[in-house]
Design a protein around this ligand. Structure first.
Ligand code: 5RP
Length: 231
């Protein structure tokens, strides 16, 4: 998505933000476009407080004078606004391309609603072309990966698992100090079933299937912006 389209989606998301709101603030390039729009609104007098979903997002918010809080201080949020890697017609999502899925899911779950911001390349009929990020504890990694395979197989899903690496070739480490396993499962016919199976694996901290969290999405395309609601 071009920076211009991202900026348009970021501005459009601002229309859902009301004075006094407690926001969950997402991670990724589309979320950053929203944060920049939010920063301008705050400079013009909008009063909100946000829980950032990553260190990167927190730093950008601070640089724009967006007031931040924590879920300890503010356990209940009005709205979480975040990007996604894939969006299906029920607004089930794959998230975690940026490695922030654990905090993103905790924040989305703490909010009354989740608004997704994305371009139309993220819309799919069925999740799974994008590798599913699974956040795992480093301890027992090989055993955990084997159990992930078994658990996926019980949902008729299979595919290569790869430990994510950073640009330095070293394992990518999340803000929570965990690793990410990217799973090339392909078509995920039953996201809820796979989500339930994956969380039973010891060592799995969280996974990037977001089911039942988002109720609407602002989607940008070359011919404009539209709102998608869950079917
Ligand atoms: C980070 C995420 C992002 O929201 C997702 O990767 C989309 O990023 P972008 O807006 O840069 O395409 O889940 O963990």
């Amino acid at each position: 998505m071009s920076d211009d389209l991202k900026a348009q989606v970021g501005e459009a998301a601002l229309e859902y933000v009301r004075d006094g709101m407690k926001l969950g603030i997402g991670t990724g390039s589309t979320a950053e476009a929203f944060i920049r729009a939010l920063g301008k609104a705050v400079a013009n007098g909008l009063s909100v407080v946000g829980v950032p979903t990553s260190i990167r997002t927190a730093e950008l918010c601070k640089s724009l004078n967006i007031a931040l809080t924590t879920l300890e201080e503010t356990p209940h949020l009005d709205l979480a606004i975040d990007g996604a890697d894939e969006i299906d017609p029920q607004l089930n999502l794959i998230k975690g391309g940026g490695g922030a899925l654990l905090r993103e899911k905790i924040v989305a779950a703490a909010a009354d609603d989740m608004l997704v911001i994305a371009d139309d390349s993220k819309l799919v009929d069925t999740l799974g072309a994008f590798d599913l990020p699974i956040e795992v504890n480093e301890f027992g990694l090989a055993s955990t990966m084997s159990k992930i395979e078994q658990s996926a197989a019980s949902c008729n899903v299979s595919g290569a698992l790869k430990v994510r690496e950073g640009s330095d070739g070293q394992p990518f480490v999340t803000d929570g100090g965990h690793l990410i396993v990217d799973a090339s499962f392909g078509r995920i016919a039953d996201p809820e079933g796979l989500a339930s199976a994956l969380v039973t694996v010891p060592g799995v901290v969280e996974h990037g299937l977001f089911t039942g969290l988002a109720s609407s999405a602002i989607v940008a395309a070359s011919d404009g912006i539209r709102i998608v609601t869950a079917k």
